[in-house]
Write a protein that binds this ligand. Sequence first.
Ligand SMILES: C[S@@+](CC[C@H](N)C(=O)[O-])C[C@H]1O[C@@H](n2cnc3c(N)ncnc32)[C@H](O)[C@@H]1O
Length: 216
Amino acid sequence: MQEKDSCCITDDGSREKKEYWDANFEKNETPNWIETEAPWIMTWINDIDLSKEATIFCAGVGNANIVEHLLQNGYKNIIANDISQVALDTLSSRVNNNSVTYLQDDLISPKKIQDYKGKIDLYIDRATLHFFTKCAEKDHYFSQMQDLLKTGGHTVIGVFSKDNKPKCCGLDLQLWSIQSLHNRMPDYNHTNSTEFAYKELNGNIRNYIYLLAQKQ
Ligand SMILES: C[S@@+](CC[C@H](N)C(=O)[O-])C[C@H]1O[C@@H](n2cnc3c(N)ncnc32)[C@H](O)[C@@H]1O
């Protein structure tokens, strides 16, 4: 059986990145990658000794349910970032809560994200990092994450493992191993890692790796 594509719209290169992602979220259907159950990373997050006042930065959050689950677990200071205003509008119409700040910005060419430098206790990214394939993008991504985090702050990153096609929706993907993430993050304690096979809504299996790390 031919594998269905993961996203709704195939990139033909004609759109800017923001327009591309906006067009995906404008489609009136749930994206295939969306987690419908409680995100399993909540167990990792609840095991970190994190104050409920901690500042949590959700990078490339789309309209993921992680935000609701953080709120349900009592966290009061959540920044929901995405390049797509459409995604954030969808999320904010579902989650209308003063504890959430919606921050439309490009992780790679940011205009506002720097305001949070040194203020983040927990950085979360599921399924965004692997869209950054150029060296300069990856360099910027990891150095920005490090700048955002307080010393002792944690990060939870979930990305496609090497056991996937390096293409999604016409977009090239960077596939990762635990070791390659470790190599990019020398100034962290690598607290935990795991592999996770995720069954998307269309039935495709996507193999993720997850890393929990603490900035030294
Ligand atoms: C596959 S989706 C994952 C969404 C969400 N993290 C989840 O787990 O459901 C990738 C997300 O990355 C966002 N994104 C892509 N490039 C971005 C960038 N340069 N800056 C911020 N967000 C970006 C997209 O808009 C999209 O919401």
